[in-house]
Design a protein around this ligand. Structure first.
Ligand code: FAD
Ligand code: NAP
Length: 476
């Protein structure tokens, strides 16, 4: 808040009196001291000296990128932070030296050459039409493609289809040459990795071309090098779940296809006192009993979140202030959980603390519905008091209904009536809880909660001889 106040004070934070300049590499290198520190992020140069004392990671962390291109460092630490908005008053200008092609617009051969060495081969696209339809076909050349691999947004005349293939992103991004209707369908032919997006023409005329290329059209680049794309979603409902946690339901805009993969999160973005603030949240199902069905468009338009409101927090009180019908921006999904980690699994153990329960919801639901080899799913859920337990009665009902599922609650500050387990995550609790059926049974342990909880848990699991492949921790 102090930083936002300073940026709004009208003070000249760049020292350039409002001018924007072209910065050469030699010039950038000169500004490498605390009181004169310029950093380049994605081609834009910022004077971060006034921001030093407000940087949550401290001055030394910021100085690691002084006088240089800090994009990679920034991406490693907090790529989701909306620096454009946070640092807009610190903008000095653009880098003068530009590559021959902007990032992501490399000629096709160059894209393929670069990636052939390290990543999957580049997809391609094509389109064809009938009197009433236009079909865009994306050939991913990958087998493990499904409906959540592709995200489509059509707004005004801009059409954007991003396909995520491993750690890479393939983008079809055009200004369509003719108008289309609001609804479209997305089909995936999984065994050949083909995606078809079927658009309905507004008028039955013949299109000479699909449209004009927009930024990064037909690019195939590492996901970490792409900016996060947001769309505005409408708040449809908000229900109390515990005394401080609510179930928010957001509706995607029309002409959007977005399904957040199991175990992944998105970023929510809201303007707070004039600055765009972004925080990560993990979508859940509307309840533990919603079947894991093949989603059918256009019904698959709601995203649910379980969000704890911190009265002294920065973001959640603003989120809680939203009225039904208000908008919040939702990003494309991120995260490193891979669904194949669940394949052929026999025992799934979930260790969750507080809202660290959120990624477990879809993992649990998916495993119980889609993994035939599954023998047991055990959730150990750590909370302060009984009142803090999210969806307690649903969890107990599920354990009653499905004998493969067991839940154990552990409270750190219970009342005297509590007869269940108490305390914090510990080797004793874990060794009793994590019983594998045999030495060879396939096991996965998922962990999520406050960072120290997750870090301590990871260490305890290693000490209990679980291998790296058997542990997944959910982090930012
Ligand atoms: P903050 O401003 O971050 O404050 C949180 C608490 O810390 C408050 O009690 C505040 O008083 C206290 N605090 C803040 N600063 C200080 C300080 N300097 N000293 C002492 N105390 C301080 N949360 C969910 O509820 N649901 C989810 O699905 C979810 N998914 C997530 C997914 C990921 C990948 C990650 C990394 C986090 C997720 N979170 C989730 C947490 C979420 O991103 C936010 O961190 C959380 O909502 C708090 O936001 P806030 O801005 O309201 O609170
Ligand atoms: P909380 O209520 O503060 O804590 C839940 C339980 O964990 C309490 O029993 C608490 O005990 C205990 N705990 C706290 N710190 C601990 C530690 N160092 N060691 C052992 N136990 C500890 O939790 P919350 O407010 O809901 O916060 C949930 C956290 O999960 C947030 O930090 C959020 O960012 C994170 N989260 C991450 C993801 C993700 O990465 N994908 C998703 C969702 C949530 P006491 O309170 O009694 O100390």
């Amino acid at each position: 808040m102090d930083w936002i106040r300073l940026t709004k004070s009208g003070k000249d934070l760049t020292g350039l009196k409002g001018r924007l300049i072209e910065v050469t590499e030699e010039e950038l290198k000169k500004h490498n001291k605390k009181d004169d520190c310029w950093i380049c992020i994605r081609g834009f140069v910022y004077n971060v000296s006034p921001y030093m004392e407000y940087h949550p990671g401290g001055e030394d962390e910021l100085m690691r990128a002084a006088g240089s291109d800090g994009t990679d460092l920034f991406d490693q630490v907090h790529r989701w932070v909306n620096y454009e908005s946070m640092l807009k008053e610190c903008l000095v200008g653009r880098m003068a030296m530009k590559p021959a092609f902007p990032k992501g617009m490399l000629p096709q051969s160059q894209v393929t050459d670069t990636l052939a060495k390290e990543g999957p081969s580049s997809p391609s696209y094509d389109w064809f039409q009938t009197d009433s339809l236009v079909t865009i076909v994306i050939y991913t050349k990958q087998k493990d493609i499904n409906l959540d691999s592709v995200i489509v947004d059509h707004r005004d005349d801009s059409f954007r289809a991003e396909t995520v293939i491993k750690d890479y992103s393939y983008l079809v991004h055009v200004a369509l040459s003719h108008e289309i209707q609001e609804d479209f369908s997305v089909l995936v032919v999984e065994n050949v990795g083909k995606i078809e997006i079927v658009l309905k023409k507004k008028e039955n005329t013949s299109w000479k071309c699909l449209g004009h290329p927009q930024e990064n059209h037909n690019s195939f680049i590492p996901k970490k090098d792409t900016g996060l794309f947001y769309r505005k979603c409408q708040l449809v409902s908000k229900e109390d779940v515990t005394h401080d946690t609510k179930l928010f339901c957001l509706m995607l805009p029309p002409s959007t296809h977005l399904e957040v993969p199991v175990g992944q999160h998105v970023y929510l973005r809201l303007p707070i006192t004039g600055t765009e603030i972004v925080k990560p949240y993990t979508p859940v199902c509307d309840s533990l009993f919603s079947e894991f069905k093949e989603p059918v468009l256009p019904n698959n338009i709601y995203i649910y979140f379980l969000i704890k409101i911190y009265p002294a927090g920065f973001f959640t009180p603003e989120l809680d202030q939203l009225q039904i019908g208000d908008y919040v921006s939702v990003s494309n999904p991120e995260g490193n959980f891979i669904i194949s980690q669940l394949q052929e699994l026999e025992d799934l153990f979930l260790l969750a603390a507080g809202t660290g329960f959120t990624p477990m919801v879809k993992v649990l639901n998916y495993a119980l519905t889609n993994i035939p080899s599954l023998r047991k799913v055990k959730l150990m859920f750590f909370n302060k008091t009984e009142d803090d337990i999210i969806w307690r009665s649903q969890l107990e009902k599920l354990a009653f209904k499905d004998k493969r599922f067991e839940v154990e609650f552990v409270l750190s500050a219970p009342t005297s009536e509590w007869s269940g387990k108490q305390g914090y995550i510990s080797p004793a609790l874990l060794s009793e809880f994590l019983k594998r059926r045999s030495d060879t049974s396939k096991v996965l342990i998922c962990l999520c909660g406050p960072t120290p909880f997750t870090e301590q848990g990871m260490k305890m699991l290693h000490d209990l001889n679980f291998s790296k492949d058997e542990i997944h921790s959910f982090t930012a």
